[in-house]
Design a protein around this ligand. Structure first.
Ligand code: MG
Ligand code: ZN
Length: 214
């Protein structure tokens, strides 16, 4: 019974996600769903990405957090349109939450909309929001066991950012194991090694992102 209830919730979500996808397509905006655990560095990556892409692309952001507006304030400081969703306890964004805030963003003026999901390696991977692609951030401080423990996230993502790569010398993380296990789950996964602190890998990442639109 429980399984049935969950699948019905996901079916209803998928219908709304399809409606969102139509709205995005009509508006000509490319949409990315950025996922990862709390502390992986999603918002910092977003700041660096916006700084790299802003001269070429009009970017908007939806921030998802359980409570608070800190992340939206950080993004707003870069002078891009941003909306904060507070889920009030829910540990992921769903299609309906996105649908409800779309009127607050000038989506027809945007080239790219980036949705930062709630920090969580589990259910954000299950709930479509109408995005063109999902991508995930994993910091090297999280260890090398995550692909095998949270496989769906790695399977659903088109890109994996291995973040905080500058910390690797201080960690016992086997990054080759992360690569191996991630690619075994998802052979098409694009993997980027990035440090938002030193700037390593940001240009390559930004180029890959901007090429997705064309
Ligand atoms: Mg954040
Ligand atoms: Zn959840």
């Amino acid at each position: 019974m429980k399984v049935k209830v969950v699948s019905k919730i996901l079916e209803a979500n998928d219908r709304i996600a399809d409606e969102n996808r139509k709205r995005f397509k009509d508006a000509g905006v490319y949409v990315m769903n950025l996922m990862g655990a709390p502390g992986a560095g999603k918002t910092t990556l977003l700041e660096r990405t916006i700084q790299a892409l802003k001269p070429h692309l009009k970017i908007g952001v939806i921030e998802g957090d359980i409570v608070g507006t800190d992340d939206a304030e950080r993004i707003g400081a870069l002078n891009v349109p941003v909306v904060q969703i507070n889920t009030g306890g829910a540990c992921h964004l769903d299609a309906n939450m996105i649908s409800e805030v779309l009127s607050e963003l000038p989506i027809r003026e945007l080239d790219m909309l980036i949705i930062e999901n709630v920090g969580n390696l589990v259910c954000p991977a299950e709930f479509k929001v109408g995005e063109d692609i999902k991508m995930m951030v994993l910091s090297v401080a999280e260890g090398h066991d995550k692909p095998l423990k949270y496989p769906l996230m790695f399977q659903e993502s088109s890109a994996l950012v291995l973040n905080k790569i500058d910390l690797l010398p201080y960690m016992n993380t086997d990054i080759n194991k992360v690569r191996r296990d991630s690619l075994a789950l998802n052979p098409k996964l694009q993997i980027f090694e990035i440090s938002c602190t030193t700037g390593t890998g940001i240009d390559q990442w930004a180029q890959w992102l901007s090429a997705l639109r064309s």
